[in-house]
Design a protein around this ligand. Sequence first.
Ligand SMILES: [Mg+2]
Length: 380
Amino acid sequence: MSESADSGADIRISDIIAHPLTQELPRPTVTSWGKYTEVSIVLVEVRTDAGITGVGEALARFSPKAYADLIETSLKPRLIGQDPTAITAHWNTMRRALSGRAGGMLFEAISGVDIALWDILGKVANMPIHRLLGGMGRTEVPCYAASVNWGDDDFMDRELDRYLEKGFPRIKVKIANPVKDACRRIKRLRRRAGDDIDLCVDANWAYTLEEAVEVGRALTDNRYFWFEEPLRPEDETGYEELHRRCGTPLAAGESNYTLDQAMRLVSNRTLSYLQPDVARSGGISETRRMAEFAAAHDVQYAPHIGMSGIICETASVHLAAAMRNVKAMECETDESPFKTWITGQAPGADRQKNGMLPVPTGPGLGIEVDWDAVRRLRVQ
Ligand SMILES: [Mg+2]
């Protein structure tokens, strides 16, 4: 079932192509889950009969061909011939096409198409997306370095130094088990960074509740500003108890796919920072709803980027530029073909100055895709 989505605009969706892309990471990412050496995404290309093309990105760490197939067989047939500017109607149509509980690759697929539709809307209106969102007039947005990888003491010291040398005032540290090692390194890195650098940690679900309480004590003693994903995301009761027992503000949301899934811990203010990923949480449309809901509860919005590509990063910059409650967005610091090849831009770490990333000014996302690079990265 689809709603009437004809706004009278003289433009129609003529094709949707989902490109499954894979790359080896130039430097592995090491978290409490282990070492990532390879990552995938799906780049979504939405074409129109007016010659305007929009691009989006779906988070698809593994099996990107399965995501591409889902987009081209389930979503594309419902959108061909439609007015691309009726984005909310298309979001509802896509949601209904993928029945059952929201989440997983179903929502990641919707995210890729939604971002591409916003890119088209911006190009039709000749405005950057952050202005279409009724923005804050920002020309740059705050970001933080992600991340100091987990390893032994000396390795983590060197990781920290890399980000200090790049001039980041905010730096995230990956922590894991054993707890005593995590607590020692939390203290060691604070001493090394000095008092003027803002530090936070990401545990990627490493701990039990009691372990998280112990790590939380070290974070509070050493003035870290957030404790990200200490527990598995489904344990909402655990987060609520940890909030009562831990003095460091809690951050989570990269594992929440929708506003519905984030609603409980935002509305009771267990979380101080909500971190939806635009390439996972239903695209710009749903991520904006999540950020606005967070703002209504005095919870700050902190876009998650992870190992995603330049389209996810750029869509996040537009959202960060437009939302009133933005804290800081993640800035992946390693060179990545998903970022540098696809647009020819330097890595975020080299474009930021003093922890501020520039906001694009061109229409839509404001980026030009190098389609030869997309072909080189495409999984056959
Ligand atoms: Mg994280």
